[in-house]
Design a protein around this ligand. Structure first.
Ligand code: PEP
Ligand code: MN
Length: 261
């Protein structure tokens, strides 16, 4: 497989590539306030979940398509690129209609080859970067299989996101990092940019900095971090979100060493 750069025009190629924004888009005011603060601190790619795959029914499942015009407004007002999660064909069509710049496939979806194939088919002929999170279970072949499905649909701007793996015993981490799995993926597909999601691995704010540093030391290309203007009041994943201000501090503290991969 020959991959092209996932970088969007004007985004600095220097490590780490940063994608930040709230777990979920909640209100227009919340996403705009967060995006403006992030943009002022140099973040160029905004993330926000529009459709949220929740473990149990009855919780907040995302604002849905009504949040897409908010992302468009963010683009217009801040110049940031926008990204969101897609889990089926309808999500793809809706996101593209509103000019979302980058898509990601969530961990629960990567575990489902039918869903990944449906997304791949919906994206045929579209030139957009797609990031593929690892499946919830530690299955490297399933992860690579999802990359192949997207690649075979003609999309070559592909990156992967390491967000940790589910385990029954949750102690320190929400999702076990099992770093050897993404490292093995990089050995198999050395051209593929690899991004770490310290928010979903750690599940807590305090772990964002050490996990981000570990990812940098291991030669990861980027970080996708959950950031919210008022994390304690977030409608999803509140324990693992930080304000743009704290994110800026964490990123400034990172030591980026040249790594031999
Ligand atoms: C998310 O990025 O908010 C998300 C739902 O992540 P994951 O698919 O890694 O659980
Ligand atoms: Mn989240």
């Amino acid at each position: 497989m020959n991959f092209e750069s996932i970088l969007l025009p004007g985004v600095n190629a220097k490590r780490p590539l940063i994608i930040a924004g709230p777990c979920s888009a909640e209100t227009e005011q919340q996403v705009l306030e967060t995006a403006k603060d992030l943009a002022n601190r140099g973040v160029k790619i905004f993330r926000a979940g529009i459709w949220k795959p929740r473990t149990k029914p009855g919780g907040f499942e995302g604002v849905g398509s009504k949040g897409l015009p908010w992302l468009k407004k963010i683009k217009e007002e801040t110049g940031m690129y926008t990204s969101t999660e897609v889990a089926n064909e309808r999500h793809v069509f809706e996101a593209l209609k509103y000019g979302v710049d980058m898509l990601w496939i969530g961990a629960r979806t990567t575990a489902n080859p039918f869903a990944v194939q449906e997304i791949a088919d919906a994206l045929k002929g579209v030139d957009i970067p797609v990031l593929i999170k690892n499946p919830v279970n530690p299955d490297l072949e399933l992860w690579i299989g999802a990359v192949e499905r997207i690649y075979n649909a003609g999309l070559h701007k592909i990156g992967v996101i390491h967000r940790g793996f589910s385990s029954y015993d949750k102690k320190l981490y929400r999702n076990l990092p099992q770093w050897h799995i993404p490292i093995e993926l990089r050995r198999r597909l050395p051209e593929l940019p690899i991004i770490c999601d310290p928010s979903h691995i750690g599940g807590k704010r305090e772990l964002i900095a050490p996990l981000s540093q570990q990812a940098m030391d291991l030669g990861f290309d980027g970080l996708i971090v959950e950031s919210h203007c008022n994390p304690d009041c977030a409608w999803s994943d509140k324990d693992q979100q930080v304000t743009p201000d704290v994110l800026h501090y964490i990123l400034n503290m990172l030591v980026i060493r040249e790594t031999q991969q």
